[in-house]
Ligand binder design. Structure first.
Ligand code: PLP
Length: 469
């Protein structure tokens, strides 16, 4: 018996037939045709394999068509596009970390659309230094001898290690209490290994003394490393030497002391919200550390980048590393960071005009409550949903300041005729997806991370969803 004459195979539709039927339905999302064709072809191939193995029973054509249609919708939703972050997590790594300021985005668009002077000296007309102006701005902002920029903070750490711990002197002394996993594939010991450095762990998880460091120093030691515990904290029976003591030890043995700070706070966080103080690159350098690195897209509030600051000779050396070329930023990132730094420099003693800073410092009573009440007012007519305003706790996120609890307000949604899971899934599928969170049997939309101009989209999406249910 041939394949085509047996019923299970006969139900597998021809690719062309599916494409014609999809086209006829006429409401496909605007995906490029080659993607749709490939998806249909791959799905039909998979069906054939499944049937051959006896693992799949193919249904009616309409059923297959609906299944493929679902896959097309979900492929369309997977392209990168804006979402409304109503989770209350300000630096949400799954949602792109820091949102960029409008003036930052505008500058990026201008440079992206046009030719620019990225490696051009307009005084001489000759080739110029890439990112020279930005490096000067960063050094000024951080109050460092010199600064430079790379792809991200992980790249910055690799470059510092490559420069300071190599060849005969490739050992890096680090406390066991700092061998942390920052998240998503960033484990300090693995990064160090990838850079060719040899890890020399000292102390215990909760206690490391200065003499632990000193005893580990030998002829092969290249540098001393401190890693900021961005995403967790230790309490109880703990001890570690002060940065100043570590710096003195480094000087005594002629070794550079480097700190991976990560979070990138540049303003006094305790003034933004009732949250703890997060050290800045400036403070770390004032304690005598030779080099520090931070992320551009965490508390710094800019695009993804790694900022290295500190001793001019070391920064210059890092820029000569062959790896530096491989990890450099492109023109759009350099422009975005330049405008972000500019917001700090022109703010003086005020808070810089950056969305993340505005979000962290928004007042519950003056900023969030009026918005929550306005939204609540527009949703009271809904029959299928109970809506309340509740007090919540928002977070910094992005693996920074895990102890910081920022008072916030949320809309608590309780569906009457369907489940919270169904509501959450429905809101993820609207044109501008809304991401909230489940708490105490309700679905919460925290307004601290929603831009005020998104309030009307949020309301319309909810009304639209509920009308259909
Ligand atoms: C977040 C973080 C990193 C990684 O930064 P990326 O910019 O995401 O590469 C490194 N070190 C510390 C301490 C961090 O907090």
């Amino acid at each position: 018996m041939s394949e085509s004459s047996s019923l299970p195979f006969a139900r597998i539709p021809a690719v062309d037939k599916v494409l014609v039927a999809l086209d006829k339905a006429g409401d496909l999302p605007p995906l490029p045709q080659p993607l749709v064709t490939k998806l249909v072809r791959d799905t039909v191939d998979e069906m054939r394999k499944g049937v051959k193995k006896g693992e799949l029973e193919v249904g009616e054509f309409e059923e297959t068509l609906a299944m493929i249609r679902g896959q097309i919708d979900s492929l369309y939703r997977s392209r990168i596009h804006p979402v409304i972050n109503a989770t209350g997590v300000c630096i949400h790594t799954n949602q792109g970390r820091s949102p960029l300021a409008p003036q930052v985005v505008e500058a990026i668009a201008g440079v992206g659309r046009n030719y620019n002077n990225i490696e051009l000296n307009l005084d001489s007309g000759e080739r110029g230094k890439r990112g020279g102006y930005l490096e000067t701005c960063l050094a000024t902002l951080i109050d460092a001898e010199a600064a430079t920029v790379t792809n991200n903070c992980a790249a910055a750490l690799i470059l510092m290690l490559k420069h300071l711990a190599n060849g005969e002197k490739n050992e890096v002394v680090i406390s066991r209490g700092e061998l942390v996993e920052i998240g998503g594939g960033f484990r300090v010991p693995e990064i160090m290994e990838a850079s060719g450095a040899k890890l020399v762990e000292v102390g215990a998880t909760n206690k490391t003394t200065l003499s632990d460091y000193e005893n580990a120093i030998g002829p092969k030691t290249g540098m001393l490393l401190k890693v900021h515990r961005s995403n967790f904290w230790m309490g109880g029976f703990t001890e570690e030497p002060s940065t100043e003591d570590l710096v003195d030890l480094g000087k005594k043995h002629d070794l550079a002391v480097v700190e991976d700070l990560g979070s990138g706070a540049m303003v006094r966080t305790e003034h933004l919200a009732p949250i703890p103080h997060e050290p800045s690159a400036t403070e770390v350098l004032r304690r005598g550390v030779d080099l520090v690195c931070v992320s551009g897209d965490k508390l710094f509030g800019g695009p993804q980048a790694g900022i290295i600051a500190g001793r001019a000779d070391l920064v210059a050396g890092i820029k000569k590393e062959p790896f530096f070329r491989a990890l450099r930023c492109d023109k759009m990132i350099l422009t975005g960071l330049q405008e972000t730094v500019s917001a700090y420099l022109s703010a003086g003693n005020e808070d810089p005009d950056l969305p993340l800073i505005g979000m962290l410092s928004a007042s519950v009573e003056n900023d969030l409550r009026p918005r929550a009440e306005a939204i609540h007012g527009k949703l009271t007519e809904l029959e299928s949903l109970d809506v309340r305003i509740v007090e919540t706790i928002a977070r910094c996120g992005g693996g920074t300041m895990p102890k910081a609890e920022i008072p916030s307000l949320a809309l608590d949604l309780r569906p009457k005729n369907f489940s919270v899971t169904h509501l959450a899934a429905g809101l993820r599928k609207t044109v501008v997806p809304i991401m909230g969170y489940t708490a105490e049997d309700g679905y919460r939309l925290d307004l601290r991370t929603v831009f005020p101009e998104q309030d009307s989209i949020l309301v319309n999406n909810l009304l639209d969803f509920c009308r259909k249910h």
